[in-house]
Design a protein around this ligand. Structure first.
Ligand SMILES: NC(=O)c1ccc[n+]([C@@H]2O[C@H](COP(=O)([O-])OP(=O)(O)OC[C@H]3O[C@@H](n4cnc5c(N)ncnc54)[C@H](OP(=O)(O)O)[C@@H]3O)[C@@H](O)[C@H]2O)c1
Length: 334
């Protein structure tokens, strides 16, 4: 059989990059086309050098631009990056353009949608400001109701908290060294479980989903390896690095204020905080009936937090944050 053409949106990012890396291992099965807004960026050039057909386009270019990028695709991985625009409306418009262009691609046999669960349903109507979840779930509802033929060949992947956030946003996800004690502050209790995964495992799951075709059509996969509280993760980190740690539960107002002081708008700080409170109030909502649990997918073995902290140099990441903080304090007092 001729190789299948897989179009990966976000090929230069965490989710898409993992898929590309996995599928590149089987050139006899897959040809890969990646999307980027900037062909000259190093990540895009590195993928092109590995044989990925990199195409320049923005998701904001709309349906007609995407139809050209998707030409001949057998499989499309669709994702949107809320944090680039910080706007739910932009994310919904981009998602609808992806869905409409996918529906207009006659060669398509499988569409995969990168999503988050509906925060209003998950919180029984309590949390109404988690825009970066809502817009992705609204796109899923749009596909179901407005593109039913596409929905019949769609698999939705619900992404959880990435372990790698500790490396990309260490100031938020790693503890702060205060006089030798590593202190982590979040607005939830030490026992609040949250779904977590190593985002580098995305490719493994997508390969299995793609290679089992129909089995996962019209389904949502809760993609996480472990349900862990931030406090449990901190204890494991302290034990692995042999450092004293302390988990501090702060109020949601204090947490939002810290986010605002770190440069987030108040709207995004509320969005970010409410998503955490969903787990505080309703437990690990990813574990609920109706979502396929990634750990139950035969042949998929996902990295644990313990394995992740053995591989990643989190001490170096914490030291870097510490140095930057002391630099900022010196700067502001100069
Ligand atoms: N971090 C977490 O814990 C977490 C958990 C669950 C869900 N998520 C969701 O994951 C999404 C981000 O995915 P990621 O982590 O893979 O992102 P990432 O590593 O930050 O990379 C963003 C990707 O999106 C592409 N992109 C952004 N805007 C684009 C546009 N207008 N047109 C075309 N491509 C565009 C970028 O491509 P170029 O820059 O090359 O153009 C890049 O490949 C967010 O929506 C977030 O809500 C994150």
């Amino acid at each position: 059989m001729a190789p299948q053409l897989v179009v990966v949106i976000g090929a230069t990012g965490a989710q898409g990059g993992s898929i590309v890396a996995e599928l590149l291992k089987s050139p006899e099965k897959y040809k890969i086309r990646g999307l980027t807004r900037d062909l000259s960026k190093p990540a895009a050039k590195a993928l092109a050098a590995q044989g990925v057909d990199m195409q320049q386009a923005s998701l904001s270019g709309g349906r007609d631009t995407l139809i050209k990028v998707f030409a001949g695709a057998n499989i499309i991985f669709g994702m949107t990056d809320f944090w680039s625009s910080g706007s739910g409306a932009v994310e919904v418009a981009q998602g609808i353009a992806i869905a409409d262009a996918s529906a207009a691609t006659p060669t398509l046999s499988h569409f995969i949608w990168s999503a988050l669960p509906d925060p209003v349903k998950m919180s029984q109507g309590k949390y109404l400001n988690v825009h970066h979840w809502k817009s992705k779930s609204d796109v899923m509802e749009y596909i179901k109701s407005r593109q039913p033929s596409l929905w019949k060949k769609t698999t939705t992947i619900l992404f959880p908290n990435y372990f790698e956030n500790c490396l990309t946003i260490p100031e938020k996800y790693l503890p702060n060294n205060i006089s030798g004690v590593y202190i982590l502050r979040f607005p939830h209790s030490p026992d609040t479980p949250m779904p977590n995964v190593s985002i580098s495992d995305t490719g493994k799951v997508i390969r299995t989903v793609v290679e089992n075709g129909k089995k996962y059509f019209e389904s949502s996969i809760a993609f996480y390896s472990q349900s862990l509280s931030e406090s449990e993760k901190l204890t494991a980190l302290g034990n692995a690095l042999n450092i004293p740690t302390q988990y501090q539960q702060i109020t949601s107002e204090e947490f939002q204020q810290e986010l605002i002081e770190s440069g987030m708008t108040s709207e995004l700080a509320l969005d970010f905080t409410e998503q955490l409170l969903i787990f505080e109030d309703f437990g690990n909502v990813y574990a609920q009936h109706g979502f396929i649990q990634a750990n139950d997918i035969p042949g998929v073995s996902l990295k644990t937090w313990r394995e992740f902290i053995q591989e990643a140099d989190l001490m170096a990441a914490m030291q870097k944050v510490s140095t930057e903080r002391s630099g900022a304090i010196l700067h502001s007092s100069a």
